[in-house]
Design a protein around this ligand. Structure first.
Ligand SMILES: *Cc1c(COP(=O)(O)O)cnc(C)c1O
Length: 419
């Protein structure tokens, strides 16, 4: 089984903790940018762009690194749009893929000149009423319903709240054409955390076929297909990463067959991946506080599910290394817990680890996406700092930890006196 490696040493962590106490997140800059370049390389045959799904890791420093290698932002809320704007990602470098969208968010997306990816046909008149003329470039999110099986996290497409039906796509594009819109895109996203690359080829085939049919019937030209996100990552040591080269090549084959084969003009290929961009390159570092031996071994650490919710929320596996003890043969089995008053506050259940001593650093792997971002303040827990491991081996603080003043910022204690 391939060993999951950590890109920093115990000595480096000891140095960091002199300034920043555990728990904290560390992201590996070089690994993130190298991986993005590999993704771009896999699609170099096309006019390609990745729009990073900001919700996965909404940190402007990471977004700026990505911007430097030509990545845009996939936003789905007002704060995500504001983050993109702060970084300087604007105009058609923003894909606004929202749902149940408030008018204020459409207005901001419109001001920024973002590509607006509509989730529903009823949003077209809603947009006209609350924002104004439809944008010059319009994209629709397609929900294939029974035409496609979903995967576990996203469920069956017909049970998913997202997107237009096939019939609504035709109606929607016609509606836009009648109002003078000339530029069009199409999007779908039916998988999440999918490791089978053929899934993405199938998704491309579905969209290319739709492009062909809609172009023909409505006599319109599509500018791009957005194949969504959902590329999975190998959380378990035995999992294999999606082969990006095979994925790109498979999609190219379908593109040549369906799009070029029909004599259609070239289409740009877009992705809006989040998880695969930052997930494997983010680590949650925590410290062993207590070993409690009752009916089981409970290893208490100083992080909680408020720092990383995925194990509690999805039963997700996150690999754990005991820093500096990776090669130790003495092992024990633990439930690794946090301190919330919730019994599902566990990072691992019945996990065999090198025997842990109190004060040891535990590194929780693959926490770079939907990790810090899903943090919350239950039990008054504070969100941790985020650090960036630079290519030169130095560390930069890219978000400070929350403090008590942050936690209580919305309370007016002075009012208590008069209450
Ligand atoms: C969450 C999401 C993504 C990113 O998904 P990943 O699984 O992180 O790649 C992309 N697009 C939309 C619309 C999403 O909701």
């Amino acid at each position: 089984m391939p060993e999951k490696k950590v890109p920093f040493s115990i000595e480096q962590i000891k140095e960091i903790t002199k300034i920043y106490p555990t728990p904290f997140y560390i992201y590996d800059e070089k690994a993130i940018t190298d991986n993005l370049k590999a993704l771009q390389e896999a699609f170099a045959w096309a006019e390609f762009k990745e729009f990073f799904a900001v919700k996965a890791t909404p940190n402007p420093f990471l977004m700026k690194l990505m911007q430097r290698v030509g990545i845009g932002a996939d936003c789905s809320s007002l704060p995500e749009l504001l983050l993109a704007e702060k970084v300087g990602i604007v105009g058609e470098n923003i894909m606004f893929t929202s749902n149940d969208t408030p008018a204020s968010e459409y207005r901001k997306a419109s001001k920024l000149g973002a590509i607006i990816n509509f989730d529903d046909i009823s949003h077209l008149p809603f947009y006209e009423e609350h924002v104004g003329r439809l944008p010059e470039l319009v994209c629709f999110r397609y929900n294939p319903g029974r035409a496609k099986e979903g995967n576990l996290i996203i469920g069956h497409p017909e049970e998913a709240k997202y997107g237009f039906t096939r019939k609504q796509l035709f109606e929607g594009y016609r509606y836009c054409q009648e109002r003078g819109v000339k530029r069009f895109g199409i999007h779908t996203m039916v998988a999440s955390n999918e490791l089978d690359y053929t899934y993405f080829i199938e998704t491309a085939e579905i969209l290319f076929t739709l492009v062909k049919e809609i172009s023909k019937e409505l006599k319109l030209n599509f500018e791009f297909v957005n194949l969504g996100g959902g590329i999975g990552i190998p959380y378990r040591p035995e999992d294999e990463a999606v082969d990006l080269v095979k994925t790109g090549a498979g999609i190219r084959e379908k593109y040549e067959e369906i799009i070029l084969g029909a004599g259609l003009p070239p289409l740009k290929i877009y992705l809006e991946c989040g998880r695969m961009v930052t997930g494997p390159y983010g680590y949650l570092v925590t410290k062993a506080l207590h070993l409690k031996k009752t009916y089981k071994n409970y290893l208490g650490v100083d992080a909680t599910m408020a720092n990383l919710m995925r194990p509690a929320l999805y039963g997700a596996y996150h690999h754990i290394s005991v820093l500096g003890k990776e090669q130790n043969s003495n092992k024990e089995t633990y439930d690794v817990t946090g301190s919330l008053c919730e019994n599902n506050d566990k990072f691992a259940i019945n996990r065999e680890l090198p025997t842990v001593a109190m004060g040891d650093f535990l590194v929780i792997h693959d926490a770079g996406a939907h990790g810090h971002a899903m943090g919350f303040n239950y039990n008054g827990k504070l969100r941790s700092a985020e650090l960036l491991l630079r290519p030169d081996g130095s560390f930069k603080l890219i978000r400070r930890a929350e403090n008590m003043a942050d936690l209580f910022a919305t309370l007016d204690f002075a009012e208590l006196e008069n209450f």
